[in-house]
Write a protein that binds this ligand. Structure first.
Ligand code: SF4
Length: 127
């Protein structure tokens, strides 16, 4: 279950952001235009720059906002797949270290987060 800090998940990110993620990063002094992009119907994701997350430090293979990173990044590699439900993303080289039980525990958090993001997107697109 340990992260190998390889940075694979920081490449071409499509990580959805919650309102709290956005507020936390703004409080750190980053403008929303810098780190986020509107994708569709009120949904906001992390922005990529040169093929990786704007916060990815290529030289040091590190997240520049690790302590304040989005919740979805903390829960990764557990993700929700439309067809399969909660899964461990096989793109993560550490995916085999996840037990069914750990997947279940983190999976519940992923579902809660996505429901929240759905509600926030609906509010955003209807205002
Ligand atoms: S892909 Fe997996 S092992 Fe690599 S940084 Fe992301 S979570 Fe860690």
């Amino acid at each position: 279950m340990g992260c190998l800090e390889c940075g694979t998940c920081c490449q071409e990110t499509e990580m959805l952001l919650s309102k709290k993620d956005i507020e936390r990063l703004q409080k750190k002094g980053f403008s929303i235009k810098f780190f986020a992009r509107n994708v569709k119907e009120g949904y906001i994701t992390l922005r990529n720059l040169n093929g990786h997350c704007v916060f990815f430090d290529v030289k040091n293979i590190k997240c520049k906002v690790y302590r304040d990173r989005p919740i979805g990044c903390r829960l990764y590699p557990i993700i929700f797949d439309e067809a399969k439900g909660v899964i461990v993303d096989k793109l993560c080289p550490a995916h085999r270290s996840w037990t069914e039980n750990n997947k279940k525990v983190v999976g519940k958090k992923v579902i809660r987060l996505l429901k929240k993001i759905d509600r926030e997107a609906t509010q955003r697109s209807s205002s």
